[in-house]
Write a protein that binds this ligand. Structure first.
Ligand code: MLT
Length: 358
């Protein structure tokens, strides 16, 4: 099993603080900026309990029984859509699935009419993926339901960032020999993360940089000049590097981004081969990583381009763990949005679900 080095000096494991009485209800999760560090901590703490539920032989709880979640995806997706739909079902919510390819959008129906039509059927939450940045925020203005951004254009993908933080925290807990449910977010302080690749077109990078900086990690963007956003205003990073080889030995986490070829990334590169030569995580390059460092990727991977087969399948790769954790993190997000302010916070939820440590 891959492991991050425990932070030095090893921080004492702090129990997750109980959720405050009268927890504020959030209407939507449109951006990581809708959360503060305590809010991220709360999502991770609720996820701990739900991750235990997911490991049961019957991985289902009644927490969102009677609620309806619609997944409204106007852009391709495998893992995010399935992950959200699985998460909603495991919380016993009813799930409606909308896909633009098989809907009246094909007959010219506008997004607004589509959304208002679905809302009229009685929906508690919309999970929205759209090629246009800002589309989920627009949906939130049209309906009374809660809205979760499942990826909008180049803008944000907040649940991806949360599941990435959960995965890092899990690996840090293992390295420290502490049960993840007894870990806070202190291990992120000073953690050195390199986000490598097509930052310019990446909603994943934007959300992850925000979340990591809130938790105290030090993120460096690593990319050819053409794939760095033209302005880094609002990107809380420690720097930008064009030299992956030099940076690799200093990283605790190397996070590879997919080249977004469908968003025209090819026009920003001389060739894919040249990109791989400079920025692909080949087996030779991965050998430069510190023994404790882990490799992450949000998927789908362009194997042989940004990541070599041997690296994607190596023990230091936590790519499949990211996917597995995604379900529990999305259960937590749906729970925190939909269950209402009187619903149990993290500690009480653990007790009411009868999970260890709850
Ligand atoms: C996304 O939808 O942004 C994915 O999770 C990452 C990618 O497509 O590269």
């Amino acid at each position: 099993m891959s492991a991050l080095r425990a932070p030095a000096p090893a921080a004492p494991a702090e129990p997750v603080p109980p959720a405050p009485e009268g927890r504020p209800t959030r209407r939507h999760l449109l951006s990581v900026a809708d959360l503060d560090p305590a809010g991220i901590g709360e999502v991770l703490a609720v996820t701990d309990h739900l991750a235990e539920v997911v490991r049961r032989s019957i991985p289902r709880v009644q927490a969102l029984r009677g609620r309806t979640v619609v997944s409204l995806f106007a852009e391709e997706s495998t893992r995010t859509r399935l992950s959200f739909e699985t998460a909603a079902r495991r919380m016993s919510a009813d799930v409606m699935t909308f896909s633009s390819a098989s809907s009246s959008v094909k007959k010219g129906e506008s997004l607004r009419d589509t959304v208002e039509t679905i809302a009229a059927m009685g929906v508690d939450a919309f999970v929205v993926r759209h090629p246009a940045a800002g589309a989920p925020a627009q949906v939130a203005r049209w309906v009374d339901a809660h809205v979760v951004n499942a990826g909008d254009g180049w803008h944000e993908h907040p649940t991806q960032a949360l599941l990435d933080c959960y995965t890092i925290r899990q690996v840090l807990a293992e390295a420290a020999g502490v049960p993840v449910a007894q870990t806070g977010t202190e291990g992120f302080a000073g953690l050195r993360v390199g986000i490598v690749g097509d930052v310019r077109h990446s909603r994943v990078a934007r959300s992850l940089v925000l979340a990591l900086s809130m938790l105290g990690a030090r993120t460096t963007l690593v990319a050819p000049g053409t794939l760095v956003p033209p302005s880094l205003e609002g990107w809380p990073v420690v720097g930008v590097s064009h030299d992956l080889d030099a940076l690799l030995p200093d990283l605790d986490v190397v996070y590879l981004l997919r080249l977004q070829l469908e968003r025209g990334t090819g026009a920003y590169l001389p060739s894919l081969r040249e990109y791989t030569a400079g920025f692909g995580l080949t087996a030779r390059r991965a050998a430069r990583l510190a023994p404790h460092a882990v490799v992450m990727h949000p998927g789908p991977m362009n194997r042989g381009v940004e990541i070599a087969d041997e690296v994607a399948d190596a023990t230091r790769s936590v790519v499949l763990r990211q996917v597995a954790n995604g379900v529990a993190v999305r259960m937590a997000v749906l729970y925190l949005l939909l269950a209402g302010p009187e619903a149990p916070g993290a500690d009480e939820l653990g007790r009411s679900l009868g999970v260890a440590g709850g």
